[in-house]
Design a protein around this ligand. Structure first.
Ligand code: HEM
Ligand SMILES: [Ca+2]
Ligand SMILES: [Ca+2]
Length: 296
């Protein structure tokens, strides 16, 4: 039901409008591209790509922003607000926040040097959110390979698509709390790398919890295949990252992506389209929100 031409008549200026705002946000702060990409992922994995993650908590509404995987972690909501208001100016009331997320994710990848793809549109916005589903559906950084595979399977995505989509960790940052156990306890980690990460992530939880480290130590603001090269060198930052290259069923695909960056680009783009297709609201379901942070 989603289609790449959905807004070609109703909002011909959509793509250039979104791109311009994303471009200027990334010019201001390069990490923002990573943050916008992740927002689309955390939206789609929780009751589909329906903009649910964008709803603010209120005194009588519990949204997803304070779910474990999101609290103190997801960011970029002001940029989404800026995009939405720019889009409302050129074509009011026709473009959903869910479609804006999908478009901003694609533009972010492109601006940081990654592959492009045609984004499908036609999603509508949820009038609900689920903190519980967010806690259950978004995989944890402590996950094993089999847990990662099953959590993507639950969304209709294959193991192969999971490995390709994980290449998103070629950009962006993670907090000490998400990789502390790995750098102090895991054995499948390069010793020098572990030592250097320990320098900014103290062993005992508390003060350093929010200290950041790049997910890709080589090129944290360029969308390339260094994520996979790092895994082969046992320099994955998250336990879940290194699970993709730890003597298991994903090893061969990781090797392939290090040797054939074009294969990674093509598989990543195809998997992003598939992720963007998860359970969209269409027809008369949901609504086109005026403000992404609240229902109409
Ligand atoms: C395979 C399972 C995955 C796990 C366990 C996982 C886990 C994480 C964790 C723990 C962080 C750091 C969060 C923080 O410290 O605040 C992170 C960051 C990030 N994730 Fe994932 N992730 C996964 C898959 C994905 C996918 C499929 C995408 C995109 C399609 C993605 C995109 C990102 C990006 C871009 C960042 C950096 C965000 C920023 O710098 O603001 N991740 N991820
Ligand atoms: Ca959602
Ligand atoms: Ca990179």
């Amino acid at each position: 039901q989603l289609s790449t031409s959905y807004h070609s008549k109703s909002c011909p200026e959509l793509l250039e409008t979104v791109y311009a705002v994303v471009k200027s946000a990334i010019a201001k702060e390069r990490r923002m591209g990573a943050s916008l990409l992740r927002l689309h992922f955390h939206d789609c994995f929780v009751n589909g790509c329906d903009g649910s993650i964008l709803l603010d908590d209120t005194s009588n509404f519990i949204g997803e922003k304070n779910a474990g995987p999101n609290r103190n972690s997801v960011r970029g909501f002001n940029v989404i607000d800026d995009i939405k208001s720019a889009v409302e100016k050129v074509c009011p009331k026709v473009v959903s926040c869910a479609d804006i997320l999908a478009t901003a994710a694609r533009d972010s990848v492109v601006i940081l040097g990654g592959p492009t793809w045609e984004v499908k549109h036609g999603r509508r916005d949820a009038r609900s959110a689920s903190q519980g589903a967010a806690n259950r559906s978004i995989p944890a950084p402590t996950s094993s390979l089999s847990t990662l595979i099953s959590s993507f399977k639950a969304q209709g995505l294959s193991a192969k698509e999971m490995v390709a989509l994980s290449g998103s960790h070629t950009i962006g940052q993670a907090r000490c709390t998400t990789f502390r156990a790995r750098i102090y306890n895991d054995s499948n980690i390069d010793t020098g790398f572990a030592k250097s990460r320990q320098g900014n992530c103290p062993k005992t939880s508390g003060s350093g919890d929010n200290n950041l480290a790049p997910l890709d130590l080589q090129t944290p603001t360029a969308f390339d295949n260094y994520y996979y090269k790092n895994l082969i060198n046992r320099k994955g930052l998250l336990h879940s990252d290194q699970e993709l290259f730890n003597g298991g069923s994903a090893d061969s695909q990781v090797r392939k992506y290090t040797n054939y960056p074009e294969a990674f680009s093509a598989d990543f783009a195809a998997a992003m389209i598939k992720m963007g297709d998860i359970k969209p609201l269409t027809g008369s379901k949901g609504e086109i929100r005026k403000y992404c942070r609240r229902m109409n």
